[in-house]
Design a protein around this ligand. Structure first.
Ligand SMILES: Cc1ncc(COP(=O)(O)O)c(C=O)c1O
Length: 397
């Protein structure tokens, strides 16, 4: 964990978190929405902006898509600058999965190579890595990160122990989705540099959630989503490559600008609706007006309070430190023993809680335990957690 991160979040957990006033969200207010993490959510002005762009596109498709390519460049600059990334190595894609696909398909693996990741890897990315390894005839390995996690140092040690002389690429999450833990990517990358291992950081959740400076992270590649915590329209992700990889990193869809340079290749990936990319710059500006640091601190304080409250209410072992030092805007909490513990039952439980209580929150199995993952965003209220506690208590009674 970087010192910056620790210093910023070593606040005490207050019991009252002052809401930040914002414009309305597109969400149905009758739903207790505690699952920002899955698909994000959008404020009305960003949604309307995208709709206006779509109208413009449909009114004059050739003019919009062909003659005004500079629009993508403008959006790319705004978003890259917000994320501390050089826009010359920054390309939009539809989502983080596509971003990971671009990177791993741009690397030449041979049979002695190994692709390494952790047992906390996002399942969709796991399948993608398995497929790439199988096509290349190289190996794919996950090393275990057991729960609970107590500190960043233990994870750094696990990475260091797991790398072998066959490891060509480490794929590491910045925020591991299911466990909702922020991994110490700076230290991990340092180890990989010393051992000559390439690093791809999967930052699907990090933009908008963490105070991110991609150049400082120092990976070989960094991919992320804008439709989660930047609250951009769905279909906005990106790939960033360090300078030494600009020439060899290509989009999944290779088209006219092949070998004309990184940004040209990414800016044209065949005919598509680019309005999510363009409107992602609007979402960045929306957050800037409120202050991204303010948003992040609010969400972190709120989810830390929710985490601690649930752990105390249910009397369960925390899976990450309750001081919030290893989480961003999400927290994963063990369910009481009498709640579902297996994946199939957990998924049914999610639907049951939604239908009965209009609470949207993910329940799933993680390392053999039933868990719930909480998200905090500006629309989240402390009373939302009370609704969840009441719903679980009704179920258990
Ligand atoms: C770590 C991680 N990687 C990749 C993804 C996939 O994101 P997308 O479905 O937008 O491609 C997610 C989604 O939650 C994730 O958490």
């Amino acid at each position: 964990m970087s010192n910056d991160f620790e210093n910023r979040y070593s606040m005490t957990v207050s019991t009252e978190i002052k809401p930040i006033k914002t414009e309305p969200w597109m969400l149905d207010p009758s739903i207790t929405y505690l699952n920002h993490g899955s698909f994000g959510a959008r404020v009305v002005s960003v949604f309307d902006y995208q709709v206006a762009l779509k109208r413009e596109l449909e009114a004059s498709p050739v003019d919009f898509l062909d003659r005004h390519r500079g629009r993508v460049e403008d959006a790319r600059r705004v978003v890259a600058s917000f994320l501390g990334a050089n826009s010359a190595g920054f390309g939009f894609v539809d989502n983080a999965t596509t971003g990971v696909g671009c990177v791993v398909n741009s690397i030449k693996f041979n049979q002695n190579d190994e692709i390494l990741t952790t047992s906390l890897v996002y399942n969709g990315v796991r399948q993608l890595l398995r497929r790439v390894a199988s096509d290349a005839g190289c190996s794919y390995r996950e090393f275990p990160i057991d729960l609970p996690i107590h500190n960043a140092a233990e994870i750094v040690q696990l990475v260091s122990d797991a790398i072998t002389n066959r490891t060509k690429l480490l794929v590491i999450d910045h925020v591991a989705s299911a466990a909702a833990v922020v991994l110490p990517v700076h230290e991990i990358i340092q180890i990989c540099r010393n051992k000559g291992v390439l690093v791809l950081v999967d930052g699907a959740h990090a933009p908008g959630m963490l105070d991110l400076n991609i150049e400082n992270v120092g990976a070989d590649w960094y991919v992320g989503n804008l439709h989660k915590w930047v609250c951009a329209p769905l279909g906005a992700g990106f790939v960033w490559a360090s300078e030494e990889h600009h020439e060899t990193t290509h989009p999944m869809t290779v088209s006219h600008p092949y070998e004309e340079g990184f940004v040209k290749e990414f800016d044209w990936q065949g005919t598509k609706d680019i309005t999510p990319w363009l409107a992602s710059a609007k979402a960045v500006e929306w957050g800037e007006e409120i202050g991204w640091q303010r948003i992040q601190e609010h969400n972190h304080a709120l989810v830390t309070w929710m985490h601690r409250t649930l752990v105390e209410t249910w009397n369960v072992e925390p899976l990450t430190p309750v001081d919030g030092s290893m989480i961003g805007n999400m927290a994963t909490v063990r369910l009481p023993d009498k709640c579902p513990q297996e994946m199939e039952e957990c998924l049914q439980f999610r639907d049951y809680i939604f239908e009965k209580n209009q609470i949207e929150v993910p329940f799933f199995e993680l390392h053999g335990m039933g868990v719930v993952r909480l998200s905090a965003q500006l629309y989240t209220r402390q009373t939302n957690l009370e609704n969840l506690i009441r719903a679980i208590s009704d179920f258990l009674s």
